[in-house]
Design a protein around this ligand. Structure first.
Ligand SMILES: CC(C)(COP(=O)(O)OP(=O)(O)OC[C@H]1O[C@@H](n2cnc3c(N)ncnc32)[C@H](O)[C@@H]1OP(=O)(O)O)[C@@H](O)C(=O)NCCC(=O)NCCS
Ligand SMILES: CC(=O)OP(=O)(O)O
Length: 374
Protein backbone atom coordinates (compact mmCIF):
# COMPACT_ATOMS: atom_id res chain seq x y z
CA UNK A 1 0.00 0.00 0.00
CA UNK A 2 2.71 2.46 -0.94
CA UNK A 3 0.29 5.17 -2.05
CA UNK A 4 -1.25 5.09 1.41
CA UNK A 5 2.15 5.04 3.13
CA UNK A 6 3.11 8.05 1.07
CA UNK A 7 0.00 9.93 2.16
CA UNK A 8 0.53 9.03 5.83
CA UNK A 9 4.20 10.06 5.65
CA UNK A 10 3.19 13.42 4.15
CA UNK A 11 0.65 13.94 6.93
CA UNK A 12 3.19 13.02 9.60
CA UNK A 13 5.74 15.45 8.13
CA UNK A 14 3.39 18.37 8.90
CA UNK A 15 0.43 17.45 11.13
CA UNK A 16 -2.46 19.81 10.36
CA UNK A 17 -5.50 20.92 12.31
CA UNK A 18 -8.36 18.78 11.02
CA UNK A 19 -11.86 19.46 12.28
CA UNK A 20 -14.17 16.46 12.64
CA UNK A 21 -17.80 17.58 12.95
CA UNK A 22 -19.06 14.14 14.06
CA UNK A 23 -16.95 14.09 17.22
CA UNK A 24 -19.31 11.92 19.26
CA UNK A 25 -19.22 9.07 16.74
CA UNK A 26 -17.06 6.26 18.20
CA UNK A 27 -15.30 5.59 14.85
CA UNK A 28 -14.38 9.25 14.47
CA UNK A 29 -13.23 9.56 18.09
CA UNK A 30 -11.08 6.42 17.75
CA UNK A 31 -9.61 7.67 14.45
CA UNK A 32 -8.79 11.01 16.09
CA UNK A 33 -7.02 9.26 18.95
CA UNK A 34 -5.02 7.19 16.48
CA UNK A 35 -4.16 10.34 14.51
CA UNK A 36 -2.70 11.88 17.68
CA UNK A 37 -0.90 8.65 18.64
CA UNK A 38 0.68 8.38 15.20
CA UNK A 39 1.43 12.11 14.96
CA UNK A 40 -0.39 12.73 11.68
CA UNK A 41 -2.88 15.44 12.67
CA UNK A 42 -4.09 17.84 15.33
CA UNK A 43 -7.77 16.86 15.53
CA UNK A 44 -10.57 19.14 16.65
CA UNK A 45 -13.72 17.20 17.56
CA UNK A 46 -17.05 19.01 17.44
CA UNK A 47 -20.05 18.18 19.61
CA UNK A 48 -21.29 18.46 23.17
CA UNK A 49 -18.16 18.06 25.33
CA UNK A 50 -19.58 15.29 27.54
CA UNK A 51 -20.59 13.19 24.51
CA UNK A 52 -17.29 13.71 22.70
CA UNK A 53 -15.19 12.94 25.77
CA UNK A 54 -17.28 9.81 26.38
CA UNK A 55 -16.66 8.70 22.76
CA UNK A 56 -12.95 9.26 23.41
CA UNK A 57 -13.16 6.93 26.40
CA UNK A 58 -12.30 9.85 28.67
CA UNK A 59 -8.91 10.42 27.04
CA UNK A 60 -8.89 13.72 25.13
CA UNK A 61 -5.11 14.19 25.24
CA UNK A 62 -3.90 16.07 22.16
CA UNK A 63 -7.46 16.64 20.94
CA UNK A 64 -9.38 19.92 21.01
CA UNK A 65 -13.10 19.62 21.74
CA UNK A 66 -15.51 22.36 20.75
CA UNK A 67 -19.30 22.60 20.83
CA UNK A 68 -20.59 24.88 18.05
CA UNK A 69 -23.67 25.73 20.13
CA UNK A 70 -21.59 27.27 22.93
CA UNK A 71 -18.45 28.25 21.01
CA UNK A 72 -17.10 31.78 21.46
CA UNK A 73 -16.65 31.78 17.65
CA UNK A 74 -20.37 31.30 17.01
CA UNK A 75 -21.33 34.96 16.68
CA UNK A 76 -18.41 35.86 14.37
CA UNK A 77 -19.04 32.78 12.24
CA UNK A 78 -22.75 33.61 11.95
CA UNK A 79 -21.86 37.10 10.82
CA UNK A 80 -19.39 35.71 8.26
CA UNK A 81 -22.02 33.31 6.92
CA UNK A 82 -24.60 36.08 6.77
CA UNK A 83 -22.19 38.16 4.69
CA UNK A 84 -21.59 35.18 2.41
CA UNK A 85 -25.21 34.16 1.93
CA UNK A 86 -27.36 37.27 2.43
CA UNK A 87 -27.72 37.71 -1.34
CA UNK A 88 -29.22 34.19 -1.37
CA UNK A 89 -31.83 35.37 1.15
CA UNK A 90 -30.19 34.25 4.41
CA UNK A 91 -30.81 36.58 7.35
CA UNK A 92 -28.62 36.77 10.46
CA UNK A 93 -30.94 34.59 12.55
CA UNK A 94 -30.83 31.85 9.91
CA UNK A 95 -27.04 32.16 9.71
CA UNK A 96 -26.88 31.77 13.49
CA UNK A 97 -29.01 28.62 13.34
CA UNK A 98 -26.91 27.19 10.53
CA UNK A 99 -23.65 27.83 12.38
CA UNK A 100 -24.86 25.74 15.30
CA UNK A 101 -24.81 22.73 12.92
CA UNK A 102 -21.45 20.95 13.26
CA UNK A 103 -20.99 20.33 9.48
CA UNK A 104 -21.48 24.00 8.71
CA UNK A 105 -19.39 25.13 11.70
CA UNK A 106 -16.53 22.85 10.58
CA UNK A 107 -16.67 24.22 7.04
CA UNK A 108 -16.53 27.77 8.45
CA UNK A 109 -13.52 26.86 10.60
CA UNK A 110 -11.73 25.83 7.41
CA UNK A 111 -12.89 28.90 5.51
CA UNK A 112 -11.67 31.20 8.31
CA UNK A 113 -8.31 29.44 8.63
CA UNK A 114 -9.09 28.10 12.13
CA UNK A 115 -8.63 24.57 10.76
CA UNK A 116 -6.71 23.26 7.75
CA UNK A 117 -9.31 20.76 6.59
CA UNK A 118 -12.43 18.87 7.59
CA UNK A 119 -13.73 15.31 7.34
CA UNK A 120 -17.45 14.54 7.78
CA UNK A 121 -19.95 12.04 6.48
CA UNK A 122 -19.58 9.10 8.88
CA UNK A 123 -23.05 10.02 10.15
CA UNK A 124 -24.33 12.71 7.76
CA UNK A 125 -25.23 11.95 4.17
CA UNK A 126 -22.95 12.95 1.32
CA UNK A 127 -25.48 15.55 0.18
CA UNK A 128 -25.40 17.26 3.62
CA UNK A 129 -21.62 17.08 3.85
CA UNK A 130 -20.98 18.35 0.34
CA UNK A 131 -23.57 21.13 0.54
CA UNK A 132 -21.84 22.60 3.63
CA UNK A 133 -18.46 22.46 1.89
CA UNK A 134 -19.65 24.01 -1.38
CA UNK A 135 -21.70 26.76 0.24
CA UNK A 136 -19.22 27.76 2.95
CA UNK A 137 -15.72 26.87 1.74
CA UNK A 138 -16.56 27.49 -1.88
CA UNK A 139 -14.87 26.57 -5.12
CA UNK A 140 -11.20 26.86 -5.98
CA UNK A 141 -10.31 29.66 -8.37
CA UNK A 142 -11.16 28.60 -11.92
CA UNK A 143 -12.97 25.45 -10.75
CA UNK A 144 -16.50 25.24 -12.09
CA UNK A 145 -17.51 21.90 -10.66
CA UNK A 146 -16.95 20.11 -7.39
CA UNK A 147 -16.68 16.37 -7.92
CA UNK A 148 -15.30 13.44 -5.99
CA UNK A 149 -13.23 10.31 -6.33
CA UNK A 150 -12.24 7.24 -4.37
CA UNK A 151 -8.65 6.14 -3.99
CA UNK A 152 -8.94 2.39 -4.59
CA UNK A 153 -6.07 0.25 -3.32
CA UNK A 154 -5.71 -3.30 -4.58
CA UNK A 155 -3.22 -5.00 -2.32
CA UNK A 156 -4.66 -8.38 -1.31
CA UNK A 157 -3.06 -11.65 -2.42
CA UNK A 158 -6.01 -12.38 -4.69
CA UNK A 159 -5.58 -9.08 -6.59
CA UNK A 160 -3.87 -10.06 -9.82
CA UNK A 161 -3.15 -6.41 -10.62
CA UNK A 162 -2.02 -4.59 -7.49
CA UNK A 163 -1.76 -0.84 -7.11
CA UNK A 164 -3.47 2.47 -6.52
CA UNK A 165 -6.36 3.54 -8.75
CA UNK A 166 -8.82 6.41 -8.85
CA UNK A 167 -12.55 5.80 -9.41
CA UNK A 168 -14.71 8.88 -10.16
CA UNK A 169 -17.21 10.32 -9.54
CA UNK A 170 -18.59 7.82 -7.01
CA UNK A 171 -20.10 10.34 -4.65
CA UNK A 172 -21.35 13.63 -5.94
CA UNK A 173 -22.32 14.57 -9.50
CA UNK A 174 -25.41 12.52 -10.22
CA UNK A 175 -25.84 12.72 -13.97
CA UNK A 176 -22.94 14.64 -15.51
CA UNK A 177 -23.23 15.96 -19.05
CA UNK A 178 -20.28 15.60 -21.44
CA UNK A 179 -18.60 18.83 -20.28
CA UNK A 180 -18.98 17.87 -16.62
CA UNK A 181 -17.67 14.37 -17.33
CA UNK A 182 -14.62 15.91 -19.01
CA UNK A 183 -14.10 18.14 -15.96
CA UNK A 184 -14.34 15.11 -13.66
CA UNK A 185 -11.78 13.27 -15.81
CA UNK A 186 -9.26 16.11 -15.80
CA UNK A 187 -9.63 16.81 -12.08
CA UNK A 188 -9.35 13.09 -11.26
CA UNK A 189 -6.21 12.75 -13.38
CA UNK A 190 -4.61 15.64 -11.49
CA UNK A 191 -5.69 14.13 -8.16
CA UNK A 192 -4.18 10.76 -9.13
CA UNK A 193 -0.84 12.41 -9.85
CA UNK A 194 -0.98 14.43 -6.64
CA UNK A 195 -1.44 11.25 -4.62
CA UNK A 196 0.84 8.81 -6.39
CA UNK A 197 3.36 10.89 -8.32
CA UNK A 198 2.57 8.74 -11.36
CA UNK A 199 1.30 9.70 -14.79
CA UNK A 200 -2.45 9.23 -15.11
CA UNK A 201 -4.02 7.10 -17.82
CA UNK A 202 -7.71 7.88 -17.90
CA UNK A 203 -10.33 5.39 -19.07
CA UNK A 204 -13.76 6.85 -19.78
CA UNK A 205 -16.04 3.95 -18.98
CA UNK A 206 -19.16 2.85 -20.82
CA UNK A 207 -21.08 -0.29 -21.73
CA UNK A 208 -19.46 0.05 -25.16
CA UNK A 209 -15.84 -0.14 -26.37
CA UNK A 210 -14.69 1.83 -29.42
CA UNK A 211 -18.08 1.96 -31.09
CA UNK A 212 -19.27 -1.56 -30.25
CA UNK A 213 -22.67 -0.15 -29.26
CA UNK A 214 -24.65 2.86 -30.44
CA UNK A 215 -26.59 4.94 -27.94
CA UNK A 216 -26.83 8.54 -26.74
CA UNK A 217 -25.15 7.47 -23.48
CA UNK A 218 -22.16 6.24 -25.47
CA UNK A 219 -22.09 9.49 -27.47
CA UNK A 220 -21.90 11.44 -24.20
CA UNK A 221 -18.73 9.62 -23.16
CA UNK A 222 -17.12 10.07 -26.61
CA UNK A 223 -17.93 13.78 -26.47
CA UNK A 224 -16.43 14.05 -22.97
CA UNK A 225 -13.18 12.55 -24.28
CA UNK A 226 -13.14 15.13 -27.09
CA UNK A 227 -13.66 18.01 -24.64
CA UNK A 228 -11.02 16.74 -22.21
CA UNK A 229 -8.45 16.27 -24.98
CA UNK A 230 -9.08 19.76 -26.30
CA UNK A 231 -8.55 21.24 -22.83
CA UNK A 232 -5.60 19.00 -21.85
CA UNK A 233 -3.80 17.84 -25.02
CA UNK A 234 -1.08 16.04 -23.01
CA UNK A 235 -3.51 13.97 -21.01
CA UNK A 236 -3.69 10.26 -21.86
CA UNK A 237 -7.43 9.69 -22.01
CA UNK A 238 -9.36 7.07 -23.98
CA UNK A 239 -13.00 6.21 -24.38
CA UNK A 240 -15.47 4.93 -24.63
CA UNK A 241 -14.14 1.76 -23.01
CA UNK A 242 -15.71 -1.07 -21.04
CA UNK A 243 -14.04 -1.80 -17.73
CA UNK A 244 -12.44 -5.03 -18.94
CA UNK A 245 -10.92 -3.30 -21.97
CA UNK A 246 -9.42 -0.66 -19.66
CA UNK A 247 -8.14 -3.06 -17.01
CA UNK A 248 -7.13 -6.30 -18.76
CA UNK A 249 -4.41 -6.03 -21.41
CA UNK A 250 -5.62 -8.98 -23.51
CA UNK A 251 -9.20 -7.72 -23.57
CA UNK A 252 -8.04 -4.19 -24.39
CA UNK A 253 -5.94 -5.53 -27.29
CA UNK A 254 -8.92 -7.47 -28.64
CA UNK A 255 -11.59 -4.81 -28.21
CA UNK A 256 -9.63 -1.57 -28.70
CA UNK A 257 -6.39 -2.43 -30.53
CA UNK A 258 -5.62 1.21 -31.38
CA UNK A 259 -6.02 2.50 -27.83
CA UNK A 260 -3.18 4.10 -25.90
CA UNK A 261 -4.58 2.32 -22.87
CA UNK A 262 -3.66 -1.34 -23.00
CA UNK A 263 -5.34 -2.63 -19.91
CA UNK A 264 -3.21 -0.27 -17.84
CA UNK A 265 -5.60 2.56 -17.01
CA UNK A 266 -5.19 3.93 -13.50
CA UNK A 267 -8.01 6.51 -13.47
CA UNK A 268 -11.50 5.16 -14.17
CA UNK A 269 -14.23 7.69 -14.88
CA UNK A 270 -17.74 6.26 -14.73
CA UNK A 271 -20.52 7.73 -16.88
CA UNK A 272 -22.82 8.59 -13.96
CA UNK A 273 -23.23 8.27 -10.20
CA UNK A 274 -25.35 5.10 -10.42
CA UNK A 275 -22.55 3.19 -12.13
CA UNK A 276 -19.76 4.78 -10.06
CA UNK A 277 -21.26 4.39 -6.60
CA UNK A 278 -22.41 0.84 -7.25
CA UNK A 279 -19.10 0.00 -8.93
CA UNK A 280 -16.84 1.18 -6.11
CA UNK A 281 -18.93 -0.59 -3.46
CA UNK A 282 -18.76 -3.89 -5.39
CA UNK A 283 -14.98 -3.51 -5.78
CA UNK A 284 -14.73 -2.80 -2.04
CA UNK A 285 -17.19 -5.28 -0.58
CA UNK A 286 -16.80 -8.24 -2.97
CA UNK A 287 -13.46 -7.44 -4.54
CA UNK A 288 -11.63 -6.63 -1.29
CA UNK A 289 -10.32 -3.26 -2.49
CA UNK A 290 -9.55 -0.65 0.14
CA UNK A 291 -11.66 2.40 -0.73
CA UNK A 292 -10.75 5.83 0.62
CA UNK A 293 -13.27 8.54 -0.18
CA UNK A 294 -15.25 10.31 -1.36
CA UNK A 295 -12.35 12.78 -1.67
CA UNK A 296 -13.68 16.10 -2.93
CA UNK A 297 -11.95 17.97 -5.74
CA UNK A 298 -12.61 21.53 -6.91
CA UNK A 299 -12.96 23.14 -3.47
CA UNK A 300 -10.92 26.14 -2.33
CA UNK A 301 -9.73 24.27 0.78
CA UNK A 302 -9.78 20.59 1.85
CA UNK A 303 -13.10 19.11 2.95
CA UNK A 304 -13.80 15.42 2.54
CA UNK A 305 -16.62 12.98 2.97
CA UNK A 306 -16.85 9.41 4.27
CA UNK A 307 -19.32 6.64 3.63
CA UNK A 308 -21.70 6.08 6.52
CA UNK A 309 -20.48 2.48 6.32
CA UNK A 310 -16.90 3.56 7.07
CA UNK A 311 -14.66 1.92 9.64
CA UNK A 312 -12.40 3.65 12.18
CA UNK A 313 -9.48 2.84 9.87
CA UNK A 314 -11.23 4.46 6.88
CA UNK A 315 -11.71 7.62 8.95
CA UNK A 316 -8.05 7.56 10.02
CA UNK A 317 -6.90 7.27 6.41
CA UNK A 318 -9.19 10.11 5.36
CA UNK A 319 -7.77 12.33 8.13
CA UNK A 320 -4.27 11.57 6.80
CA UNK A 321 -5.29 12.28 3.22
CA UNK A 322 -6.90 15.57 4.25
CA UNK A 323 -3.70 16.62 6.07
CA UNK A 324 -1.67 15.79 2.97
CA UNK A 325 -4.08 17.82 0.82
CA UNK A 326 -3.75 20.75 3.20
CA UNK A 327 0.05 20.57 3.08
CA UNK A 328 0.06 20.35 -0.72
CA UNK A 329 -2.24 23.33 -0.91
CA UNK A 330 -0.21 25.39 1.55
CA UNK A 331 3.03 24.48 -0.22
CA UNK A 332 1.52 25.54 -3.53
CA UNK A 333 0.90 28.99 -2.06
CA UNK A 334 -2.24 31.00 -1.71
CA UNK A 335 -5.46 29.50 -3.05
CA UNK A 336 -5.31 31.80 -6.05
CA UNK A 337 -2.03 30.26 -7.13
CA UNK A 338 -3.07 26.65 -6.99
CA UNK A 339 -2.44 24.87 -10.24
CA UNK A 340 -1.83 21.32 -11.31
CA UNK A 341 1.90 21.60 -11.87
CA UNK A 342 2.23 17.89 -12.58
CA UNK A 343 -0.37 17.97 -15.31
CA UNK A 344 -0.35 21.05 -17.49
CA UNK A 345 -3.81 22.11 -18.47
CA UNK A 346 -5.63 20.09 -15.80
CA UNK A 347 -8.63 21.58 -14.02
CA UNK A 348 -7.69 23.65 -10.96
CA UNK A 349 -8.70 22.25 -7.59
CA UNK A 350 -7.42 22.12 -4.06
CA UNK A 351 -6.32 18.54 -4.60
CA UNK A 352 -5.06 19.15 -8.08
CA UNK A 353 -2.44 21.41 -6.57
CA UNK A 354 1.19 20.51 -7.16
CA UNK A 355 1.94 17.44 -5.05
CA UNK A 356 4.48 19.40 -3.04
CA UNK A 357 3.32 17.93 0.27
CA UNK A 358 4.09 14.43 -0.89
CA UNK A 359 7.57 13.00 -1.38
CA UNK A 360 8.44 11.92 -4.93
CA UNK A 361 8.21 8.25 -5.73
CA UNK A 362 10.07 6.24 -8.35
CA UNK A 363 7.34 4.22 -10.09
CA UNK A 364 9.68 1.39 -11.14
CA UNK A 365 10.79 0.79 -7.56
CA UNK A 366 7.19 0.37 -6.45
CA UNK A 367 6.29 -3.25 -5.71
CA UNK A 368 2.69 -2.10 -5.79
CA UNK A 369 3.05 -1.11 -9.43
CA UNK A 370 0.52 -2.73 -11.69
CA UNK A 371 1.60 -6.21 -12.66
CA UNK A 372 0.35 -8.08 -15.68
CA UNK A 373 -1.94 -11.03 -15.00
CA UNK A 374 0.00 -14.23 -14.29
C1 LIG B 1 -24.14 17.44 -3.86
C2 LIG B 1 -25.59 17.73 -4.08
C3 LIG B 1 -26.26 17.69 -2.75
C4 LIG B 1 -25.82 19.09 -4.67
O1 LIG B 1 -27.16 19.08 -4.95
P1 LIG B 1 -28.02 20.34 -5.30
O2 LIG B 1 -29.43 19.92 -5.30
O3 LIG B 1 -27.45 20.98 -6.49
O4 LIG B 1 -27.79 21.12 -4.02
P2 LIG B 1 -28.26 22.52 -3.77
O5 LIG B 1 -29.24 22.95 -4.80
O6 LIG B 1 -28.65 22.58 -2.36
O7 LIG B 1 -26.93 23.29 -4.07
C5 LIG B 1 -26.10 23.74 -3.09
C6 LIG B 1 -25.13 24.70 -3.74
O8 LIG B 1 -24.07 23.97 -4.34
C7 LIG B 1 -23.97 24.30 -5.74
N1 LIG B 1 -23.60 23.06 -6.37
C8 LIG B 1 -24.30 21.90 -6.36
N2 LIG B 1 -23.58 20.93 -6.94
C9 LIG B 1 -22.40 21.48 -7.31
C10 LIG B 1 -21.23 20.96 -7.91
N3 LIG B 1 -21.13 19.69 -8.26
N4 LIG B 1 -20.20 21.79 -8.13
C11 LIG B 1 -20.27 23.09 -7.78
N5 LIG B 1 -21.35 23.63 -7.18
C12 LIG B 1 -22.40 22.83 -6.95
C13 LIG B 1 -25.30 24.84 -6.12
O9 LIG B 1 -25.15 25.70 -7.21
C14 LIG B 1 -25.71 25.54 -4.84
O10 LIG B 1 -25.08 26.78 -4.73
P3 LIG B 1 -25.82 27.94 -3.91
O11 LIG B 1 -26.43 27.36 -2.69
O12 LIG B 1 -24.71 28.90 -3.60
O13 LIG B 1 -26.84 28.47 -4.88
C15 LIG B 1 -26.20 16.69 -5.09
O14 LIG B 1 -25.43 16.70 -6.25
C16 LIG B 1 -26.32 15.32 -4.53
O15 LIG B 1 -27.20 15.03 -3.74
N6 LIG B 1 -25.43 14.42 -4.99
C17 LIG B 1 -25.50 13.03 -4.64
C18 LIG B 1 -24.99 12.77 -3.26
C19 LIG B 1 -25.22 11.35 -2.92
O16 LIG B 1 -26.28 10.99 -2.45
N7 LIG B 1 -24.20 10.50 -3.17
C20 LIG B 1 -24.30 9.09 -2.96
C21 LIG B 1 -23.54 8.64 -1.78
S1 LIG B 1 -21.85 9.10 -1.82
C1 LIG C 1 -19.95 7.39 -0.65
C2 LIG C 1 -21.22 6.80 -0.18
O1 LIG C 1 -21.80 5.95 -0.85
O2 LIG C 1 -21.67 7.28 0.98
P1 LIG C 1 -22.83 6.62 1.86
O3 LIG C 1 -22.48 5.16 1.98
O4 LIG C 1 -22.77 7.35 3.16
O5 LIG C 1 -24.13 6.84 1.13
Amino acid sequence: MLALDRIIDAARAAPRAIVLPEGADPRIAAAARRAVREGIARPILLGPAAEVVAALGGDARGIAVEDPATSPRLQAYAEALHLLRHDKGMDLAAAHRRMREPLAFAAMMVRQGDADGTVGGAVATTAETVRAAIQIIGLAPEAKLVSSFFLMLLCEDHHVQKGAYVFADCGLVIDPDAAELADIARASAASFTAMTGERPKVAMLSFSTAGSARHARVDKVVEAVRIARAASPDLIIEGELQFDAAFVAAVGAAKAPGSAIRGDANVFVFPNLDAANIGYKIAQRIGGARAIGPVLQGLAKPANDLSRGCSEEDAFHMIALTCAQASARLAAGAAGEIRAAALPGAAGSAWSAAPAGLPPRAPLADPEARQPPA
